[in-house]
Ligand binder design. Structure first.
Ligand code: URA
Length: 247
C-alpha cells in the first residue's frame, strides 16, 4: 500500500538498500543520506525513513547509479601489517588496507578499524547488515589483542584493567587480561575487550603505566588470525559466515 506521498509503505528503507548494495555499512549509509549525496530518481533524498519501491526507483550515490543486482558478498579476513590505514583513501597518501586485496573487485569495507601502527586481524566485507550487527554496542563481540608493553603491569594495574579504566571518554568496560610468557625480555599481554573506542587498548595501557610498544589483534569473536601470514588474506568459509551472522 502507498502512503500520502505515493511511497510504498512496505518498501525497503533507503539506508538498508544502500547497505545491501555494498555501498557502505548501514551507519555510514545514513551519513551519506544526511549529507545529501544520495538521489532517488534524480532527486536528493536526505530523510532516513524514505522507503524505496525496489522495482521502479533508481538510486544514485555521488552521481553513480547503483545496479539493481546486489553484488557478490565477500567476507575477507586480512592479517594487516603496520603501516596501512583502514579507510579507502588517505589525504596524506598513505597505503590503505585495500591495497593489500589483489583481485577483490567488490567494494569491501573494514568492520571497525585498526590503527595505522596496529597489526593483525581485520575483517572486510561488503555485507552492510553484518557490519552493522558486529559493530553494534549491544553485540559485545570480543576482540583479543596481544600487546608488547614497556613495563609489566603490577597487581594494582591488572586490577584496574579488569575492573575498568577511566579514560577521557569515560570508564571502559572490564577487560580480560593476562600476562603471557615473557619472551626475550619482552613483556607480552593478552587483553580482550568488546568495546571499540578509538585507540582503546593503547589508552587503557597508558593509563595504568604500561605504554604499548607493539600491538596486534589476534582474535575477533571465534575468528583467529594464526593461519593467515602477515599481509595476506583468506575468504571466510560458509560455516564461519553463518556463525558470525548468528552471534
Ligand atoms: N586498540 C588500539 O589502541 N588500537 C587498535 O588499533 C585497536 C584497539
Amino acid at each position: 500500500m502507498d502512503d500520502k506521498q505515493g511511497r510504498p509503505q512496505d518498501g525497503v528503507r533507503l539506508q538498508k538498500y544502500l547497505a545491501a548494495q555494498g555501498v557502505a555499512s548501514r551507519r555510514a549509509a545514513e551519513k551519506l543520506i544526511a549529507e545529501g549525496r544520495v538521489k532517488v530518481n534524480g532527486r536528493v533524498v536526505d530523510t532516513m525513513g524514505y522507503k524505496l519501491d525496489g522495482e521502479r526507483d533508481r538510486v544514485a550515490v555521488d552521481g553513480v547509479l547503483l545496479g539493481k543486482k546486489a553484488p557478490r558478498l565477500r567476507y575477507i579476513l586480512l592479517n594487516k601489517p603496520c603501516g596501512y590505514i583502514c579507510s579507502a583513501h588517505d589525504q596524506r597518501g598513505r597505503r590503505t588496507v585495500l591495497d593489500l586485496l589483489h583481485g577483490v573487485e567488490e567494494r569491501v569495507y573494514p568492520v571497525g578499524r585498526l590503527d595505522y601502527d596496529t597489526a593483525g586481524l581485520l575483517l572486510l566485507t561488503n555485507d552492510g547488515e553484518l557490519t552493522h550487527k558486529l559493530l553494534h554496542p549491544s553485540q559485545q563481540v570480543d576482540k583479543t589483542y596481544i600487546a608488547e608493553v614497556a613495563a609489566c603491569p603490577d597487581g594494582a594495574a591488572l586490577r584496574r584493567l579488569r575492573e575498568g579504566v577511566m579514560l577521557s571518554d569515560g570508564l571502559t568496560a572490564p577487560a580480560k587480561v593476562q600476562v603471557m610468557k615473557r619472551r626475550d625480555d619482552k613483556v607480552m599481554l593478552e587483553l580482550t575487550i568488546h568495546e571499540g573506542r578509538n585507540r582503546q587498548v593503547r589508552r587503557m595501557l597508558d593509563a595504568v603505566g604500561c605504554p604499548v610498544l607493539r600491538l596486534k589483534r589476534a582474535k575477533l569473536a571465534f575468528l583467529d588470525i594464526k593461519d593467515v601470514p602477515l599481509g595476506a588474506y583468506r575468504e571466510l568459509s560458509a560455516a564461519e559466515i553463518k556463525r558470525l551472522k548468528s552471534l
